[in-house]
Design a protein around this ligand. Structure first.
Ligand SMILES: Nc1nc2c(ncn2[C@@H]2O[C@H](COP(=O)(O)OP(=O)(O)O)[C@@H](O)[C@H]2O)c(=O)[nH]1
Ligand SMILES: [Mg+2]
Length: 376
């Protein structure tokens, strides 16, 4: 594969030559099965980083430079990745210039790529990874809690390091997500890019690494502005996903099911004078059938069921799930509540039971009936 290590720089003159030397002399010679290049994404650094690179370009033929106006880290990455893809890159690395990202880990990322992953995330927060021991307690807390907060708000716990900037990504992921990568131009780019890749089912692996101390110079991050930008992103993204994503659609479908059942019940009992129990059951069977089909063509349309046998089998599963949910979970919670705290609060048990029922149903649908397929 054609691999490009992209290094964004803003006033990194003191670090960049050192890093390039390590990559060219120690890391790249060990990689035999891929073609390795370096692309520096500089934003007209006043310290003359770009001039330094131009000098080094006569020494290293696989070294390239893109320069532009300073619009933030994310904007620099989007520009550089666009350029790299145009020049034929298959895989792109994100790496800081300040030597905080151990270049010796590159082969481990590439191994994951060879195994078929689409994106590989360097992680500081799982076994084998770490943040600098020298950091003061406050900074450590900040770093750990920040990540935990992102994971919790997004409700995505399988990835341990959302905010880091040591990654490898296949060009397909970038091409797919690029149109949506324009809103957050700063450091929040990292979280939003990864979140979109997760959403779209790209296969993601993690490589633990020890995050070092900055070599020379100072951090470019503005902590307060970053935190506000980050929170803005994770909260809106999470709400959007929950309300307008499959879960929101699932709730809408459930609402239509309720109406269908109510109309059938009223019609059968009121107009045709049929026994209410039988009428209710008939309404339920019809509502469940409608729910199943609406979920199939709308809520989970990306995992739509094909073929008659598959359809009948999943429909059977859906009826079974619905029966188990209503009988065991919803009714069970009401039964428990009645016996533990008294019948007085029965309606609250019903509300609580219905809440749990919804979560149970959605989980079964997502994990069993319309299981998310990895990105093709
Ligand atoms: N091109 C470009 N690079 C940036 C910008 N902001 C930060 N960087 C680079 O991004 C990398 C990470 O920044 P750094 O200040 O080390 O962040 P920290 O490690 O979170 O403190 C470094 O290589 C910076 O030079 C920017 O606006 N434009
Ligand atoms: Mg840094």
């Amino acid at each position: 594969m054609n691999v490009v290590v992209i290094i964004p720089t803003f006033n990194e003159k003191g670090n960049i030559e050192n890093l390039i030397d390590i990559l060219e002399e120690e890391v790249f010679p060990k990689i035999k099965n891929h073609e390795m290049r370096i692309l520096i994404a500089d934003d007209n650094s006043p310290d003359g980083t770009a001039r330094e690179i131009e000098k080094l370009m006569s020494k290293w033929k696989n070294l390239d430079l893109t320069t532009g106006e300073k619009k933030g880290l994310g904007a620099a990455y989007v520009r550089a990745m666009t350029y790299a893809v145009e020049k034929g890159a298959d895989v792109m690395f994100e790496m800081d210039a300040d030597l905080q990202h151990d270049p010796a880990k590159i082969p481990e990322f590439l191994k994951k790529m060879d195994e078929g992953y689409d994106m590989v995330i360097g992680t500081r927060y799982s076994a084998g990874g770490s943040i600098p021991k020298e950091w003061p307690f406050k900074r450590k807390m900040f770093s750990v809690l920040g990540n935990l907060l992102v994971r919790t708000i997004l409700l995505k716990f399988s990835i341990h390091d959302w905010t880091g900037g040591y990654r490898a990504v296949k060009k397909e992921v970038f091409i797919k997500e690029k149109p949506e990568l324009t809103d957050f131009k700063g450091y929040t780019f990292q979280v939003s890019f990864l979140n979109k890749a997760v959403r779209d089912g790209f296969r993601i692996a993690e490589v633990p690494f020890h995050f070092g101390e900055r070599h020379v110079g100072s951090s470019k991050i503005a902590p307060m502005a970053y935190i506000i930008d980050l929170l803005k992103y994770v909260i809106t993204a999470s709400l959007q996903e929950k309300l307008f994503g499959p879960f929101g659609k699932f709730l809408v479908v459930g609402g239509t099911g309720f109406i269908i059942q109510a109309v059938i019940l009223r019609a059968m009992v009121g107009v045709w004078k049929i026994d209410p129990t039988i009428s209710n059951l008939t309404g339920a069977v019809a509502a469940i059938f409608s729910n199943f089909n609406l979920n199939n063509i709308w809520t989970f349309k990306t995992e739509k069921i094909h073929g008659l046998m598959q359809y009948l089998w999943k429909l059977f599963n859906f009826y079974a799930t619905s029966a188990v949910g209503v009988i065991l979970i919803q009714t069970g919670i009401i039964f428990l509540g009645d016996n533990l705290f008294g019948k007085k609060y029965y309606f609250w048990y019903f509300i609580f039971g219905t809440g749990i029922l919804l979560i149970y149903n959605f989980t079964v649908y997502r994990l069993i009936i319309w299981r998310k397929q990895p990105h093709k």
